[in-house]
Design a binder for this molecule. Structure first.
Ligand code: GUN
Length: 296
């Protein structure tokens, strides 16, 4: 079998199109324009690229983008004051503080100071608890994007065996909660899992989010399974720097039913889902129905 390649780039463009259409409707019918604030502290080059891309995508779908760039030596008190002022600003519906923060800043404290209703990353402890108890929450962008692709590929997920490899707070744990919410039988596997290959071979849905290049090989994949590769790893091969996932694509693609490539799979969905979350936050803040097809 040769797997269908799941085109994350095209899917993300579709999601952005849906967001853009709903933003235009909000503007036309209610005079409302969703606003997303992104806070970047310091000059980390990767973070600067992310923040620039987020700004461009936000503007492209017709939302207001508020960028706050602060020096690396910003004090915790000053950053908390900025977050509190964004919490109080009715033009700002979503707030994202770019991680990682410089070491002298307490990330947990900063994230948990964001108004949970504006927490478009879904990292606030209240949103974590709401998701874990099956209540309405803001859902972390990467797992939300994976869920959208899985629903699109498979339709109803109820009863399927899902294995999530990786237990991070940002991807693995919320991914497992979302799959459970869609009535999958969910296993969270990780670096200490015994006989990982056998566990993975039981998966109708296999989500790889371990951060280890090409760790999941074809012999670990159930024939016909849907494989979602969240990994983005930079490796040196043949004297060149290459991006590879947590899945060994060539060997997995001959066994799986469908698989996301790296790059061009999950990656583009993350920003698209950030925009979806900002739109959702704006709708909720104004007592409007949630945007169809863009939430968990
Ligand atoms: N840094 C890298 N990815 C992310 C993300 O999704 N959210 C935040 N806040 N910081 C990040």
């Amino acid at each position: 079998m040769t797997a269908t390649m799941i085109d994350g780039k095209a899917f993300a463009a579709r999601v952005r199109g849906l967001v853009q259409a709903q933003v235009a409707r909000l503007q036309a019918e209610r005079g409302l324009r969703p606003g997303l604030a992104v806070v970047l502290v310091g000059e980390d080059p990767a973070s600067q690229v992310y923040v620039r891309n987020k700004h461009a995508s936000t503007v492209e779908v017709g939302m207001n983008s508020y960028e706050h760039r602060l020096p690396a030596d910003t004090s915790e008190a000053d950053l908390l004051a900025l977050v509190n002022s964004l919490n109080a600003d009715p033009k700002v519906h979503g707030i994202l503080v770019q991680l990682p923060l410089p070491k002298h800043l307490n990330s947990e404290l900063i994230i948990n100071t964001i108004d949970p209703a504006k927490d478009v990353d879904g990292f606030h402890i209240s949103n974590v608890g709401l998701l874990g108890t099956g209540q309405k929450s803001m859902v972390p962008c990467t797992p939300l994007g994976c869920l959208m692709m899985l629903r699109d590929c498979l339709g109803a997920l109820a009863g399927l065996n899902a294995v999530v490899v990786g237990r991070s707070n940002i991807v693995g744990k919320p991914m497992a909660q979302l799959l459970l919410g869609d009535s999958c039988t969910v296993t969270i596997a990780h670096s200490k899992t015994r006989d990982l290959a056998a566990v993975c071979r039981g998966a109708d849905i296999l989500v790889a989010a371990v951060g280890r290049p090409e760790m999941i090989t074809g012999d670990m994949v159930k024939p016909g399974a849907t494989v979602i590769d969240v990994g983005i790893n930079r490796i040196e091969r043949d004297g060149k720097t290459r991006l590879v996932g947590d899945v060994h694509y060539a060997s997995a693609a001959v066994v799986a039913g469908a698989i996301t490539p790296v790059p061009g799979g999950v990656g583009p969905m993350t920003i698209a889902c950030l925009l979806a979350n900002a739109l959702t936050a704006c709708c909720r803040a104004n007592g409007l129905p949630e945007p169809a097809g863009l939430t968990a």
